[in-house]
Design a binder for this molecule. Sequence first.
Ligand SMILES: Cc1cc2nc3c(=O)[nH]c(=O)nc-3n(C[C@H](O)[C@H](O)[C@H](O)COP(=O)(O)OP(=O)(O)OC[C@H]3O[C@@H](n4cnc5c(N)ncnc54)[C@H](O)[C@@H]3O)c2cc1C
Ligand code: FES
Length: 317
Amino acid sequence: MLEESLAKKRGNFSATVCANKQIRERFYRLVLEFSGEGAEAFAKTGAGQFAQLDLSDTALPSVEAIPDDLADVAERKILLRRPFSFADVTTKGNKTSVDILYCVIGPATLRMTTLSAKESVSVLGPLGNGFWVPDGTKTALLVSGGMGAGPLQHLAKVLTSDFPDIDVIAFAGARSAEALPFERRLDEISQQLGFSLPEFAKYGVESLVATDDGSAGFTGPVTGCLSEWLGRSKSAGKGMVIYSCGPEAMLARVAEIAKEKNIDCQVSMERRMACGISLCQSCAVECRTTGSNETVYKLCCQDGPVFDGSEVAWGIE
Ligand SMILES: Cc1cc2nc3c(=O)[nH]c(=O)nc-3n(C[C@H](O)[C@H](O)[C@H](O)COP(=O)(O)OP(=O)(O)OC[C@H]3O[C@@H](n4cnc5c(N)ncnc54)[C@H](O)[C@@H]3O)c2cc1C
Ligand code: FES
């Protein structure tokens, strides 16, 4: 089980910025390096776990570099840490580095863009559970929407290295080709449905792209692409697990498809997180209880962020 190898140690560590590369207009890939106890703690980070970054003292970019839609919120103080999961975790010697794929959407992520090599960042983690691999898994379908592709890249790496008998296929969706959080431009290579994203191809994982406007790959939501693929698959169901990360409406639809096809499904949920360590109760996720109509609230930071898709009470009024 992947779960058993998850990091058991957690703490507040200082990490050093190694790189902070802009990969698309609003998307960046930040690489942080830990040494000492931090390196030890983060070396075993499971795919789907996350950390809380303190960005309160991080500088704002220059006025010209602030997108118009963030001009009003840019100056806001960053009182709370912000949660981020990892697109990669690498250990070399006594150092561990983690890659964070992030999208600039507000004051904290805007400040993140100014982090430069050798700067220090306070990182609390690794936190939460991670994805797990049920016994008998033969095929893993990694379904992402937008920034959800980050933790699924890490999962692709872990599955292909630790579970070589499992077939892994990635489905990545976004509004348009420009909104896909990947480094290389799709139109330079292919706009075909079977386009192989380098971020997954490097682990030998085939990938399918879906865009709402049809500017790359399948035209429509990534859930449509998944349904179509499952409709064509002769072995849909048995030994298959869907791992998903992205907007909540997409996760709800993925869980619904999985239920229809009798496929195990794990979803990585997002909540605003004030503490990240089960103290503030700000990150509740409403979940079903087995054998009754009652629901209970679980904590996304402690019981998640990864939940069984059938457990989440999607849209219950
Ligand atoms: C477990 C977890 C892992 C995450 N991993 C990543 C990642 O790998 N890459 C990445 O770019 N982002 C990730 N996020 C989201 C990230 O934490 C937010 O984008 C960030 O906190 C935004 O901070 P901000 O100050 O820039 O914007 P804010 O001003 O805080 O937010 C901008 C807008 O986005 C909404 N929003 C922000 N965070 C959330 C949330 N968690 N749930 C629902 N709505 C929200 C706000 O309501 C607001 O409308 C993750 C969140 C969680 C809970
Ligand atoms: S973020 Fe505070 S309890 Fe989950």
